[in-house]
Design a protein around this ligand. Structure first.
Ligand code: ZN
Length: 217
């Protein structure tokens, strides 16, 4: 896939789990990546493991973590839109879709990565997914970028089948791990458990990034 990549997620760290390897591959191949992160995840319950931050300090911490993760992934165009965490679902969907559309017209991505509506589990994820798909739906099919949707609801494979696109990111895994680790307040405990348990299933998920195309009409 050639051309710019546009990544849209509501929370810092959504990108690292689902698509850091793909992002890094795009950069390696000389294609610019724009990442729009809608909130700072300031309502998150994780404060580090062991705890190293406070409710008051969390947004600042997560902003720094996000910047550090983007530096690891080589993302030069990081846009923080400053929406409030846990409230994306209350945004006007048409308005948010219009903002995404303006962004798409500006970035002219070949590919857009975001959540897949209906299978993204968290209300902020779902609201983001709906608005992204709406923006893309309204585009002419001849100019619409490829959409790679991240779906992780437990119903995903039963209802959507196997992932439509699987991107092998084993070569990028060390950098992906570093990006995950940069989101320290959220990921430290998880990464420790992966390392300790050598959890083969989680490793497989992290090294083979999986996406679904959306059936635009
Ligand atoms: Zn999230």
């Amino acid at each position: 896939m050639t051309g710019p990549l546009l990544v849209i997620f509501p929370h810092p760290d959504d990108e690292a789990y689902s698509s850091a390897g793909t992002i890094i591959q795009h950069q390696k191949n000389g294609h610019p990546v724009t990442y729009v992160c809608l909130t700072l995840g300031e309502m998150g319950r994780n404060m580090g493991s062991p705890i190293f931050t406070t409710r008051e300090e969390l947004p600042k911490n997560r902003k720094h973590e996000l910047e550090a993760a983007c530096a690891v992934m080589g993302i030069s165009d990081l846009q923080m839109w400053g929406l409030r965490d846990k409230t994306v679902e209350f945004e006007d969907e048409a308005e948010l879709a219009a903002r995404f559309r303006a962004l798409i017209d500006n970035v002219k991505p070949a590919r857009v990565i975001s959540f897949y509506p209906g299978y993204a589990v968290h209300p902020d994820h779902e609201a983001t997914a709906r608005a992204v798909v709406r923006a893309l739906q309204e585009m002419d099919a001849t100019v619409r970028p490829e959409f790679l949707g991240v779906a992780f609801d437990h119903r995903t494979e039963t209802e959507l089948g196997k992932p439509h696109v699987i991107i092998e990111v084993g070569d990028e895994y060390a950098a992906k791990r570093e990006a995950l680790l940069a989101h320290r307040s959220q990921t430290e405990a998880l990464l420790r458990s992966i390392d300790n348990a050598e959890n083969a299933h989680v490793m497989e998920l992290l090294q083979r990034e999986r996406f679904y195309h959306y059936p635009f009409s």
